[in-house]
Design a binder for this molecule. Structure first.
Ligand SMILES: [Zn+2]
Length: 314
């Protein structure tokens, strides 16, 4: 099993994760008012996805998270795509990130002082397929086996497409994390991070203590980092400290901008808590985070700010 995270953290104290994909596509004029969200752009404007990946590498990201967050057999089927077409699109999300990375890396000027970035294939939660905001709630009422069966085909496609690792993200419930952890054993050559969404300073969205989740997942050798994403930045320092007590694995965080998602309007409410993420990155680092980026509503400017801060630590 390769571990791209360890390879990078051997060389530098902080691994910079990329920023938002879907909301960044919207900012660039794409219409994402659709249950497929960024997966819709995979179908219609794949070159725009590649450009966003490229811009995040340029801003300093050490990895790209693919546009497969909301790409599922069930979601594509509702749009009339058969299984083969759906699996091809999932694989395409990996290929687009790989192409962006390879083009970025082919330019010698981009390599100065950097380690080659990797591609982390996004595995969104069951709630993301529902497209009603349940990735911030959980309580699906599904069994572990049902969740494993839901996650299997996409995980298989992303592994087959050659992703360097899996980014299992915005997971709201422990049962879903456990289902993913068990499913990973069917793909023994791939590593994964598991990142939860949280509702306050101590609890993931469904209500379990984040510290307990970390403790239970800690001994799975394929899980190479644990953390929190798409959560308000104000909760991150406490959540990182909670996790730090339970594991020596790298902790990751890529919060959203602090605005909240209103599923009824399919839109974001509120205002950014911080202007850019540079100064906050230091606080998250002090609390234990070693992989830092941004989730919804963050931009290449946020990643640039994190990079400027991180490079000063080297
Ligand atoms: Zn997000």
């Amino acid at each position: 099993m390769t571990n791209p995270i360890a390879s990078i953290l051997d060389f530098q104290p902080v691994l910079v994760i990329d920023g938002a994909l879907a909301t960044e596509l919207e900012r660039r004029g794409c219409d994402l008012k659709d249950s497929l969200w960024s997966a819709k752009i995979l179908l219609e404007q794949p070159e725009k996805i590649k450009q966003v990946h490229y811009d995040y590498f340029k801003a300093g990201a050490d990895c790209a998270i693919t546009a497969s967050y909301q790409a599922t057999l069930e979601g594509f089927a509702k749009r009339g795509l058969n299984e083969t077409e759906a699996l091809t699109l999932m694989k395409k999300s990996v290929l687009l990130a790989q192409e962006a990375r390879d083009e970025f890396w082919a330019d010698e000027a981009n390599r100065a002082g950097r380690v080659k970035p990797f591609v982390a294939a996004s595995i969104g939660p069951y709630g993301a397929y529902l497209a009603n905001g349940e990735e911030y709630i959980g309580n699906y009422g599904l069994s572990e086996k049902e969740l494993i069966d839901f996650h299997r085909p996409r995980m298989k496609a992303l592994v087959e497409a050659g992703a360097d690792m899996l980014a299992c993200e915005t997971i709201p419930s422990f049962i879903e994390a456990q289902a993913i952890a068990k499913l990973l054993k069917e793909f023994p050559n791939i590593s994964a991070w598991i990142s939860f969404s949280a509702r306050d300073e101590k609890h993931i969205s469904e209500g379990q203590a984040f510290a307990d989740c970390v403790q239970h997942l800690e001994d799975n050798p394929q899980i190479t980092a644990l953390g929190i994403n798409c959560t308000s930045p104000k909760y991150i320092p406490s959540l990182m400290r909670e996790a730090r007590k339970q594991t020596d694995k790298p902790l990751l965080t890529y919060p959203n901008s602090g605005e909240t998602y209103d599923a009824s309007k399919n839109d974001w409410d509120g205002h950014r808590i911080y202007p850019l993420f540079g100064a906050e990155a230091q606080e998250w680092y002090n609390a234990g985070a070693r992989m830092i980026g941004g989730c919804c509503r963050t931009t290449p400017e946020d990643i640039q700010a994190i990079t400027s801060w991180a490079r000063n630590k080297i």
